[in-house]
Design a protein around this ligand. Structure first.
Ligand SMILES: Cc1ncc(COP(=O)(O)O)c(C=O)c1O
Length: 432
């Protein structure tokens, strides 16, 4: 998109703004559909709604027959508001308050994926009160690494119930014991984030299969839905390794920003390998169960860019700083420090200079990137921060500035706000 068009849109919808491409979402959906078309059973594609729960995005997902995987009351309510009915909604999540569980039961969701024995007992109370039965799945824990974040103590093992400790089996036994209220229908697992090899999915499938065999042998119940989660990586986002981080630190001393080969990951090949493993795994069964995936990043990550305006330029001892009107209020700090994504200029200047880029906040960590090579910038120019569709808007805050609009570029080339710019009055109303 050229610079003048970006300026036009900023005049209309406010700056900065997220720009969402409907075409890109549909391309991303199509990759999953194509790869899973050779799976011998039914394939269901879900969208991990927490990744970006904007109603406009949910409506596009619904139009393309992508079901909604919800992790909160907000996700559930947004999905119903976008037109989903319970049969196309899955409820999973670490903490499901009683009111949210009741809400999901009342709306008769497709399945609730259970995290723990404690939660199973809570759901039982909800079902007893309503005197109704619901389909449930068991989410198993997956000891995934969280890359560089693991040195900060970030782990995945608290999600789901452990097979090793035996909790997952105990949940199965409990659900069967209370079979008047629970229809034990599925098993579920989420193997990590921005995954770029099929290895973890193969392990996850094998683990789910292990639990399903236990349920078959002990309780004569055949599991009908294998949900293998999200986590599918995208070429455009690179998670830094410890090695990258060390290298980046040295590069900063020499005032350089390392570039990454962001096009080298073959997402289709990875999905094909997962499907091949599924076909092999279930070939000895008398039929192939429904398989579900619920990606977030892979459907939306590269479909949204952030257009930000340069509001000041400052030369300091540490370099030439572009101050832009989007900062860590819209782009979470931890994500900026642990992931590489592209930053591009939009003007036509041929002169290339090195800039560091900071947001507008009166807060020292409000740094977007250092030592980025861009064409020469002037105050009022716009830059593009690419591939911010996943976990940016949904984690944005109104620290010092109100949140910005999300503008959708529709398939027919029209532009419309699917989320208007937040007004200061919106924020003040809440505390009045
Ligand atoms: C259960 C579950 N499913 C799906 C996702 C989506 O992950 P991603 O955006 O990496 O595809 C998550 C994210 O944490 C999750 O916890």
């Amino acid at each position: 998109m050229n610079h003048d068009k970006v300026k036009d849109l900023a005049n209309k919808f406010g700056s900065p703004f997220f720009l969402l491409s409907e075409k890109q979402i549909e391309k991303n959906i199509e990759i999953f559909r194509q790869c899973f078309s050779v799976y011998k059973g039914k394939f269901t594609l879900g969208y991990s709604t927490k990744t970006n729960p904007s109603l406009g995005i949910l409506k596009i997902m619904k139009k393309n027959n992508v079901i909604s995987e919800c992790a909160s009351y907000l996700d559930l309510a947004s999905s119903f508001e976008a037109g989903y009915s319970g049969e196309d909604v899955v409820y999973a999540g670490l903490h499901k308050p009683i009111e949210s569980l009741d809400y999901s039961v009342k709306n008769n969701v497709k399945i609730i994926n259970i995290e723990s024995l404690f939660e199973a007992k809570n759901i039982y109370e909800v079902l007893k009160k309503r005197n109704t039965k619901i389909r449930v799945g068991i989410r198993i824990a997956f000891p995934a690494q969280s890359g560089i974040k693991s040195i900060l103590g970030v782990t995945y093992d608290r999600f789901g119930a452990s097979l090793e400790s035996g909790e997952a089996y105990k949940i199965a036994d409990f659900l069967v014991e209370k079979k008047d209220f629970f229809d034990l229908h599925g098993v579920h697992c989420h193997p990590g984030s921005n995954i770029k090899s099929s290895k973890k999915y193969k392990v996850a499938i094998d683990e789910l299969f292990r639990l399903s065999e236990y349920i078959k042998e002990k309780h004569s119940i055949k599991i009908k839905l294998f949900n293998i989660g999200g986590g599918v990586g995208i070429s455009e986002v690179h998670f830094y390794s410890l090695f990258d981080l060390m290298f980046n630190t040295f590069s900063r001393i020499f005032k350089k920003r390392l570039q990454y080969d962001i096009k080298s990951f073959n997402q289709k090949k990875m999905l094909n390998e997962i499907v091949e493993h599924l076909n092999k795994k279930f070939q000895s069964n008398d039929d192939f169960p429904e398989v579900m995936m619920e990606p977030g990043r892979a459907l939306i990550g590269n479909a949204i860019d952030l257009k930000a305006k340069i509001v000041n330029i400052k030369k300091t001892n540490s370099g030439s700083w572009l101050i832009i009107d989007a900062g860590t209020n819209l782009l979470p700090i931890l994500t900026l420090f642990t992931e590489y994504r592209s930053i591009k200029s939009l003007n036509q200047s041929e002169k290339i200079l090195k800039y560091s880029i900071a947001g507008p906040l009166l807060y020292s960590s409000d740094v977007i990137a250092t030592n980025v090579k861009l064409s020469e910038q002037e105050i009022g120019d716009f830059i593009n921060i690419g591939d911010v569709g996943a976990y940016f808007n949904s984690q944005s805050s109104h620290f010092l500035f109100a949140r910005c609009a999300t503008v959708l570029e529709e398939n027919n080339g029209n532009f419309k706000a699917i989320e208007r710019k937040e007004e200061f009055e919106d924020i003040i109303t809440r505390s009045n």
